[in-house]
Every structure is written in C-alpha cells, then in structure tokens.
Write a protein that binds this ligand. Structure first.
Ligand SMILES: *Cc1c(COP(=O)(O)O)cnc(C)c1O
Length: 332
C-alpha cells in the first residue's frame, strides 16, 4: 500500500519500539506477550493520536488551514496531542471538551490532560455530556470563517479515513519489525474507542495479507456497536486507499466485556492491570484505555483463550498523562 501519496507531516518518533514483556508473560504462564510502544510516539507524552495527526495535520496544512477545531472527553489524549502539534506548527487550536463521566473531582476536571491542554495554549470550551459535538464544532468553524480564518475540523479521536492511515502505517511498521526479527505473531490486541486505531490496523493487516488477526477491547461501547463502527471505518479507509473490499466483516472483532460501568469509569481489572505493568515491567498504562485493554488481555490469558506457545502483541496506545486525573482512584 502506497501511503506516501497522502499529505503527511512527520513529527512522530518512529518506528516505536517492540519489546518483550518477560516478567508479565512468566507470571501469567500463558503466551509470550510483546508490547508495541505507541506510548512513545514522542509528541507531548506520546500516544496513538500522534500517528493519526501526522496525516490529519498534513491534510489541514495542504488545505491551508490556520485553525484546528477538535473535541474529546474531558481527559482526552487526542485533544492534548492536537493542542501540542498545533502549537508547534503555529495553528490556532479550539477545543471542545465533553464532560462525559460527570466526575466532579478537581483532579479530573483540571489535572492530567486538561492541565497540558492549557499549557499548550489551546482555547477550551467545556460542554455537558450528550452535547452534539459535531454540531458545535461546525458552529465554531462558522465563527472562524466569519472572522476570515480557515478552520479544519478533526473529528473526535482523529477517527476518519485520513486519521486511520496512521494505523495502516503502524500495521506495516509492525509487520516489518516482526519480519526483521523472525518473530511469528498470532494476535494483536488494542484498546478500541473512536475506532480509528483498530480500523487502520485491520485495513493494514488485511491489506498486506499478514494473517495477523486484530482484537479490539472496547472502552465505551458494547461489542456489536463497536464492531460495526470499526468495520464501517475500515471499509471507508480501504476505499480511500484504493483497495476497496479488502476488509471482511469477519476480520473485525471487538470484546465488550471489560468496559465496566462506562467510559472513563474505573474497574477492578483496570486497577490490577495498571498495577501489574507498573510493578512487573516499569510501564505506565492509563485508566481509560490501555488499562482496560490490558485487563482484557490478562483475563483472556487466564481463561485459556491463547495457546501457551503463541506470541501476542499488545499495542500500548498511551494515555498515562490521565493517571494524574485519577489520583484518588489509585491512592484510596
Ligand atoms: C484514543 C485512545 C485509544 C483508542 O483509540 P481509537 O482510535 O479512538 O479507537 C486508546 N488508547 C488511548 C490512550 C487513547 O487516547
């Protein structure tokens, strides 16, 4: 797949490392677990949105935008990374934060990613849960146009075919690393939310016929809704790339058993996973995405979902800045 025909600005630290989790693999007594360190993409404490933003911001500059408008939940990692790259490239950044969890904890409202958004100089508007975010972004864009500016709207999580190209590219990068090392991988596991990450990975893995299945662990939606969302975006992404029809609905699998009470709300499994990775491997996960995805992987290993001689790769999508917003969750 020929990705260099799309506009792109290179600022991610790539390739991200692929490392064995030796102690964790031994402790769980299951398959060999490897971790793909997309928490180390280099932009403002890293994370998966950086790969998407290389293509989204590339497109924005190609269209001569001067203002980036985007949205996310209060502790959005996507928003933080967007604010950072906008600052670097001299773009105005207007952000809408949806107060999705309803938490009134001052750490949740002002620390973690929100603190970083402010440090990066983004202009922030907080709106209640359930707001039609796309409609409000469009209103903002109209205001910018009225003042003579040229706005570029990035959807929540950067999840559209342009953003998903970042994860098509990640799939190719990972397959390259596996081939270089002679490593045969049986499963790739990732958190899945706004769906761009899993959609891009599936498109990349299917488009290259790698034979590596991708398993998404839901962080908000239930299984069927998430699979539909991922499949629709993967289909669009394949069309955008000029390889229509290369992703089948069977290639899209998401498990919805690890969400707990809802998006951004802690679970026992997440607490255990964050603790285990910190104490066994010195790696920081996050409370909203990678912590729940790792809780899913741990549970599946314990249930015997994988053979002991298999190799699995866990995609670390980042998000540790949000730990500071969940101080009470980890200390009480
Ligand atoms: C956004 C995000 C995800 C989910 O990726 P999507 O492309 O939205 O599905 C996973 N982990 C972290 C840390 C994120 O910020």
């Amino acid at each position: 797949m020929h990705i260099s025909r799309f506009p792109r600005i290179h600022f991610a630290h790539l390739p991200t490392p692929l490392e064995p989790l030796e102690k964790l693999s031994k402790l769980l007594g299951g398959p060999q677990i490897f971790i793909k360190r997309d928490d180390c993409t280099g932009l403002a404490t890293g994370g998966n949105k950086t790969r998407k933003l290389e293509f989204l911001i590339g497109d924005a500059l190609h269209k001569k935008a001067d203002t980036i408008i985007t949205q996310g939940a209060t502790q959005s990692n996507h928003v933080r990374q967007t604010a950072a790259i906008s600052a670097k490239l001299g773009l105005r950044c207007e952000i809408l934060l949806e107060h999705r969890t309803g938490s009134d904890d001052p750490d949740y409202l002002e620390n973690g990613n929100v603190l970083l958004d402010r440090i990066f100089g983004a202009s922030i508007q907080v709106v209640p849960a359930g707001t039609d975010m796309d409609a409000v972004m469009e209103e903002k864009a109209q205001e910018v146009r009225k003042k003579g500016g040229n706005p570029y709207i990035i959807p929540g999580g950067g999840s559209n075919p342009t953003g998903a190209l970042g994860y098509v590219n990640c799939a190719m990068e990972l397959v390259g690393q596996l081939n270089d090392r002679g490593l045969n991988v049986d499963h790739l596991i990732t958190a899945t939310g706004s769906a761009g990450t899993q959609s891009g990975l599936v498109t990349g893995m299917e488009g290259t016929r790698s034979g590596i299945p991708v398993l998404g662990i839901c962080v908000g939606a239930e299984k069927q809704a998430q699979e539909k969302k991922v499949f629709n975006l993967a289909k669009e992404t394949a069309e955008f790339l000029g390889i229509p029809g290369s992703v089948s609905s069977e290639a899209v699998v998401a498990y919805g058993d690890y969400v707990g009470p809802g998006y951004g709300l802690p679970t026992e499994g997440m607490l255990e996973a964050v603790g285990l990775l910190a104490r066994e491997e010195g790696i920081l996960l996050d409370p909203v995405y990678s912590g729940k995805a790792m809780a899913g992987l741990i549970d599946l290993i314990r249930k015997g979902h994988f053979r002991k001689d298999e190799n699995v790769v866990f995609l670390h999508t980042g998000g540790s800045a949000a730990l500071f917003a969940y101080r009470k969750t980890f200390t009480s």
